[in-house]
Design a protein around this ligand. Structure first.
Ligand SMILES: Nc1ncnc2c1ncn2[C@@H]1O[C@H](COP(=O)(O)OP(=O)(O)OP(=O)(O)O)[C@@H](O)[C@H]1O
Length: 403
C-alpha cells in the first residue's frame, strides 16, 4: 500500500499548524550554522561536526549546540569593533559582544580595550584608547565637555562602531548602558519599561523587574506612566532598565547629573552595592562622586587618555596643596610674623576670619599645616582643601601630564 503524503494532501488546518513550526526549525538551524561560522571557537566538538549535527539532526542537533557548543572557557573574548557584526537585535541599552578571539588576561578583568578609535568628520571622537576595567570595581571616566566619554561608552555598548581597535569581554558577558538622558515612550509605565528592556534583550536570568525598580527607588511608582516622570526619575528608570539585565559590565553615563542631593546619595549607595557583583564604568563631573565611588580613574581630553590610575593617587596629583582656614575670631598673630615663621608657605588673610595657606607639596603640608594652625593663635572653625572642583583638578592633571 502506498502511504506517501504530499503537502497538497494535508488538511488546511494541519498546514496552519505545521508551517510556523517548519519556519521556526529552519530559522533555528540557519541561526546555529551562522553562529558556528562566526565563532572562532566552539565547545566540545570541531565546528564541522557541529554543523553536520545541526543540519542532520533537526532540532536535536541545534539544541545540543545551543547548550554545549556555545560554551568555551572563561577567558575574555574580543569584539573587533573595527569590523563589527550585523546590527544587534538587542536594544540600545544592552549589548552582548560575540566571542571571537580568546585572550589570556587575568581572571578579574571584565573589560579590555585596545587601541580603540572612532574619528568623526572634523577630527573629534576617541583616539587610541587602551585600558582595562575589573570585576567588582568602579572605573570613572572623567574629562571636560566633549572629551569623548559618551562616544567611548557608546562604542563599548555596541551602539557606535569603532574605526580601529578592539573591546574584549568574557564570552557571553552582558554589557548594559544607561545614557545620561534616558528616553522612554511616555505611555509606558515604569514596570513596562523595565519588563520590555528584559524581554527585548532576549536574555534569560536577568534581575527580577520589581527588584530592579525597587533598588532604584521606583518601587512605589512602578505603575505610573513615564510621561509624568521628572528627569531624576527618568534617570533612575534608565538605571533600573539596565540593572534588570543583570549585566557583567554596567555603564552609567553621568548617573547623577539630574538628581538632587538625596537622590545622588541613593544612587551612590546603589552603585556601591552593585559594585559587589559587577564591573561598573561611569562618567561624572563631580569630584566628590568620583572620589567616593571610583577605584580607578581614566582622564580623557580631546578623545585621548591623558592620565589613568588609582583614584586617590590621581586626584591628589590634580589637587593643589592649598587650604582655606576659617577662623571664629581674627588671628592673634600678625601676617608678617606668620610669614616669617613659615617662609616655605604662601600665607594670606583674604578676610578677618579667613587664612589661606599654599604649600610646596602634600608631603610638606602634612608636616607644616598643623604648625600653621597652631601658629594662628585663633579658634579654627574649618580647614578645607581649596579648588575641589573636578574641572580644576582635571585642568591640573592635564597640565602636568602634557608639560
Ligand atoms: N555623531 C557625531 N558626529 C560628529 N561628532 C560627534 C558625534 N558624537 C559626538 N561627536 C563629537 O565627539 C566629541 C566627544 O563627544 P562626547 O559626547 O563623547 O563628549 P563627552 O565627553 O561625553 O562630553 P559631555 O561631558 O558634554 O557629555 C565632541 O567633540 C562631539 O562633538
Amino acid at each position: 500500500m502506498n502511504v506517501e503524503v504530499g503537502v497538497s494532501d494535508l488538511e488546511p488546518g494541519m498546514l496552519v499548524v505545521l508551517l510556523p513550526v517548519l519556519v521556526l526549525l529552519t530559522g533555528l538551524v540557519v541561526w546555529c550554522l551562522v553562529d558556528i561560522v562566526r565563532r572562532e571557537e566552539v565547545g566540545h566538538l570541531p565546528k564541522s561536526v557541529w554543523a553536520l549535527l545541526v543540519l542532520l539532526a533537526v532540532p536535536v542537533g541545534s539544541i545540543l549546540y545551543l547548550v554545549l557548543g556555545r560554551t568555551s572557557g572563561t577567558a575574555l573574548a574580543a569584539t573587533d569593533t573595527a569590523h563589527p557584526e550585523a546590527p544587534s537585535p538587542i536594544p540600545p541599552s544592552m549589548h552582548t559582544p560575540a566571542p571571537q578571539k580568546v585572550s589570556a588576561h587575568g581572571p578579574d578583568l571584565a573589560l579590555q580595550v585596545d587601541d580603540l578609535g572612532l574619528t568623526f568628520a572634523g577630527g573629534a571622537g576617541i583616539h587610541g584608547l587602551t585600558f582595562v576595567a575589573r570585576d567588582r570595581s568602579v572605573t570613572a571616566v572623567i574629562g571636560p565637555n566633549g572629551a569623548g566619554k559618551t562616544v567611548l561608552f557608546c562604542v563599548l555598548a555596541g551602539l557606535l562602531r569603532a574605526d580601529t581597535g578592539s573591546v574584549q569581554t568574557r564570552p557571553g558577558a552582558r554589557v548594559a548602558y544607561c545614557p545620561d538622558v534616558p528616553q522612554f515612550e511616555g505611555w509606558l509605565t515604569a514596570r513596562e519599561v523595565v519588563d520590555t528592556s528584559l524581554a527585548v534583550s532576549g536574555m534569560a536570568g536577568g534581575t527580577d523587574p520589581h527588584t530592579a525598580l525597587h533598588r532604584c527607588g521606583l518601587g512605589d511608582v512602578a505603575d505610573r506612566r513615564v510621561a509624568d516622570f521628572s528627569r531624576g526619575m527618568l534617570q533612575r528608570l534608565g538605571i533600573a532598565a539596565a540593572l534588570v539585565l543583570d549585566p557583567d559590565v554596567l555603564i552609567l553615563d553621568e548617573p547623577n547629573s539630574a538628581l538632587d542631593p538625596i537622590g545622588r546619595a541613593d544612587i551612590r549607595r546603589l552603585i556601591l552595592e552593585q559594585k559587589q557583583q559587577r564591573c561598573i564604568l561611569l562618567s561624572s563631573h563631580l569630584l566628590s562622586e568620583v572620589e567616593q565611588l571610583a577605584d580607578e580613574v581614566i582622564v580623557l581630553s580631546r578623545g585621548r587618555i591623558v592620565a589613568a590610575g588609582d583614584t586617590t593617587d590621581l586626584l591628589t596629583r590634580g589637587l593643589e596643596p592649598a587650604w582655606t582656614i576659617r577662623l571664629a575670631a581674627p588671628a592673634a598673630t600678625p601676617l608678617g610674623d606668620l610669614r616669617a615663621a613659615f617662609p616655605d608657605v604662601v600665607l594670606d588673610f583674604p578676610s578677618r576670619h579667613l587664612c589661606t595657606a599654599v604649600f610646596a607639596s602634600f608631603e610638606a603640608a602634612a608636616d607644616a599645616l598643623p604648625r600653621v594652625l597652631a601658629g594662628l593663635h585663633a579658634p579654627v572653625v574649618e580647614v578645607t582643601l581649596r579648588d575641589r572642583d573636578l574641572d580644576g583638578a582635571f585642568a591640573r592633571i592635564v597640565e602636568r601630564t602634557t608639560t
